[in-house]
Design a protein around this ligand. Structure first.
Ligand code: 4AD
Ligand code: MG
Length: 446
């Protein structure tokens, strides 16, 4: 067996024991008769102290030979040490080198973003990236935990699809044998609506694709989305589920990622108050607030550009969202957007067909929209009319219309972008670091 005798994160259970660790050299410093090795095994990093008089000459020579990112086993005795951030150190007795690394390209010195992105496959080993990706894993785990505990059944949706769900302008197409074009899914929503009528409460989770031509710090062409859908639920039920869902995720991350948030120097006081209820304003009110802001000469972080004027009917730009969110200290729901800026499947507001019962959830601190959701049209005729209005082929949507022909119910759902959520919680400005291998307009390598 090649496994170590324990993982570094479990140090507290093994104090005073002789252990065998396995990992990679994160850093190394030498001081006369002492060599300090920072060993990373993925669960944590520990300082291993090699004292010349405690080891054989060969072992001390091996310690000196070790380079950054060399892989090795280190044997020793675990000792509690208050000065170490982990709380433990290892007094080394033996070292086995597995692979000696030469010229590791990512050194502790500063590197530019371009260089780091080209070396993403190695960059992920560094402390900050580690912390970010650990938070990502916890966001995903917490999101599923919450939904599972609320009786939502995971119901996976296809990635290769025949039709568009979120507009036709940013579809990735690929040839599909004799059947013409297939498109990479922009959302799993239409399919989870079938699950909604099957299980009542479902969610899908997987990668989604948008051929976004925009080169912003909030957009990826491939991103992961978790999409709950539930029956007998209206817009209010939907927003309530979202605020509970998001609050659960935030509190779990605070709970389980304390060390990672520290490494990222995240101001966690801003996350601690993320508990229900979240503020809610209508699109109409949001437009009013923007008009007031423009009149008062408001500017928007990070570059303090003046807030651009907006008329009723326009969609918000990122600076408008940032401005509106800055008026609150929790995520902000903006609901009932103009029908013409939203997708075809959204339920019109009663007595006001010019707006639909949808809501976007805007994260605080300028991280933008993390959730888009809506109540869905449950009337077959109305839905068919909307499909036609959007210039889509009704024949392609017969299966979707069937869901309104057999046991139709008011139902709602939403999609949360994992990377947007991670970027917010981790406090990282750019979404590209919230996924191991970001796909962007100008990036497909590595
Ligand atoms: O608002 P969107 O487009 O909503 C939907 O796709 C719905 N069908 C979801 C549903 O109701 N089941 O996207 C949902 C979320 C956004 O709020 C954002 O967090 C994320 O997906 N998102 C992106 N994340 C990264 N890069 C992109 N290009 C994104 N586009 C959307
Ligand atoms: Mg949206």
């Amino acid at each position: 067996a090649l496994l170590p005798s324990m993982y570094i994160r479990d140090s507290a259970d093994h104090v005073g024991e002789a252990v065998k660790l396995a990992g990679w050299v994160y850093n190394k410093t030498e001081k006369g008769k002492l060599v300090f090795i920072q060993l990373r095994d993925g669960t944590a990093t520990i300082q291993c102290v090699v004292f010349k008089k405690n080891v054989s000459e060969e072992v001390f020579a091996r310690a000196k030979e070790l380079t950054q990112e060399s892989s090795c086993y280190i044997h020793g005795t675990l000792r509690a040490d208050e000065r170490s951030s982990l709380g433990f150190e290892l007094d080394v007795t033996d070292i086995e080198i597995v692979h000696l690394t030469q010229n590791y390209p990512i050194t502790p010195k500063e590197h530019g973003t371009q260089f780091l992105m080209e070396h993403r496959h190695l960059w992920v080993r560094s402390a900050k990236q580690h912390a970010l990706l650990r938070i990502r894993a916890q966001v995903i785990a917490a999101a599923q935990e919450y939904l599972n505990s609320e009786h939502f059944v995971r119901y996976d949706s296809p990635i290769l699809t025949a039709t568009a769900a979120e507009g036709t302008s940013d579809l990735f197409a690929t040839e599909y044998f004799d059947l013409g074009n297939a498109y990479l899914a922009q959302t799993g929503q239409l399919y989870v609506e079938s699950g909604m009528a099957t299980f009542g409460r479902v969610y899908c989770f997987g990668p989604t694709f948008r051929a976004e031509k925009s080169k912003t710090r909030r957009h990826l062409t491939e991103f992961w989305m978790i999409e709950p859908e539930f029956a007998f639920a209206d817009q209010d039920d939907n927003m309530e589920l979202q605020e509970n869902f998001v609050s659960y995720i935030v509190q779990r991350v605070l709970d389980r990622c304390e060390d990672d948030l520290k490494i990222l120097e995240r101001d966690t006081s801003k996350l601690e108050n993320i508990v229900p209820p979240f503020p809610r304003i209508s699109y109409d009110e949001a437009i009013e607030k923007i008009k007031e802001g423009v009149a008062a000469g408001a500017t928007v972080a990070p570059d303090n550009a003046p807030l651009a004027p907006l008329e009723w009917g326009d969609d918000f730009g990122a600076p408008h969202e940032t401005y509106l969110a800055s008026l609150f200290d929790k995520p902000l729901f903006i609901y009932n957007y103009p029908t013409k800026v939203k997708a075809f499947y959204m339920q019109p507001a009663e007595g006001r067909p010019e707006v639909v019962r949808c809501a976007d959830l805007i994260a605080p601190e300028g991280y933008g929209e993390i959730i888009g959701g809506s109540q869905r049209i449950h009337d077959a005729e109305l839905l068919e009319a909307r499909i036609r209005e959007h210039g889509l082929d009704v024949a392609d949507y017969q299966w979707y219309l069937d869901l309104r022909r057999y046991g139709s119910v008011p139902h709602s759902g939403f999609g949360m972008g994992i990377e947007r959520c991670v970027a917010w919680l981790a406090g990282t400005r750019h979404i590209r670091e919230a996924i191991p291998f970001p796909r962007q307009l100008y990036r497909i390598y590595p």
